[in-house]
Design a protein. Sequence first.
Length: 452
Amino acid sequence: QQAALLTRTGHEVLVITGEPPRSALPAPVAVVPGIGYQRAENPAMPPEQVVQALTEAMGQRWPGGRPDLLHVHNPTLAKNRHMQTVLKSLQAAGLPLLCQIHDFAEDGRPEAYFAGPYVADCHYAVVNRRDRQLLVRAGLAESAVHYLPNAIAPADWPESTTVSANAPVLYPVRAIRRKNIGEAILLRFFMPMSASLTITLPPQSPRDLPGYRLWQAFVQHHGLPVVFEAGLRDSFHQLMGGCRYALTTSINEGFGFTFLEPWCAGKALWGRQLPDICSDFIERGVRLDHLYPHLWVPLDWVDADALRRRWCHAWRNAARQYGWQQPDGAGERGWERISAGQRIDFGLLDEPFQQAVLEQLMASSAAMETLADLNPFLRSPGPPPSSASLIRHNREMVLRHFSPANHLERLLNIYQRVLDDSVRHTIDKQALLAAFLTPERFSLLKWSKSDG
């Protein structure tokens, strides 16, 4: 999308990728395997060879010259172990860098964590203001960390759509663990209708498949009205156009497309709010106050001792994987914080403990009442009864503040800052890690291995 916006406005672009794109891109493409994901079939190239290949690709695009700057996406994820070394070499050769972070290895991705320091003395861009604040607190200059939200393209959606009485509730998501599928199933118990809950796509990564299969088996065993993999049969446009409303129960987002796109399709959204992500949208007029930030469950509905042991073990294991030195008892103190009041957020549980909660709900109407007492929004689940004006308002705000034209203006302003302003700073990796490793963020869906 960035390449298309820049090309249409007369800028010279070269897209450099580690493998051939699956579809045509709106700019010239150079394939340099040395920057691709490192897999068994794609062994690592020596960094100096990668730098040479990149330099040659840029020289072919600009004979006798080079680009004004290099815009690198997600360079702090070690999907390629040489990327930081390569970038530092290009930087030393005089190429200005803009490093755009979409996801952090510190946020539940220890397998993608670089042991060494991140590239310093360059500009960074992020897709939400939370990440900007975290990087500034970790040592980067405010003037060189840029907020660059993604663009929402104005698709060909009607402003409102009439649906049938049994239209499904749609969770438009690839069902990876962080999307918290168990909570979507829990919410379906409280929806006063016969319509199904429809989930669009299966996960692709091996680490997410076991948990997904647990939910498929659970739904089948209990005969629950949940449909998986609808997106393999029908298009996203068809599913969104035909649903009652859209749902989200995700516990982790980078930008948060799900909080914006349904309104543009003439559909309301309901579910879990992520305050540190949604605040960007709320500040720009998108109304999301009908979403909930927590879903509390009684601690005695699960084996609390087993849960405590599992959570503390995952905490210690995470610290070990990152080489993070902690005071003795840090995990136990974190557990006391998240279990205060003998309740815990459902989103912090992994699949077996979430299924234990659902078993309680299916076994007793009194359990349904108990959960509704803890979470009053469950007594009237779904978007506000009259959502037409809310949909129109939010659609207008989304298209006004997150349009492609708005994105292009931000992008060009950032590029100019990169070219005009040199900077001296570095990321304190321990401070950044500490910002993500907090008990309230530490969900077993992110940090524990699925037992499926």
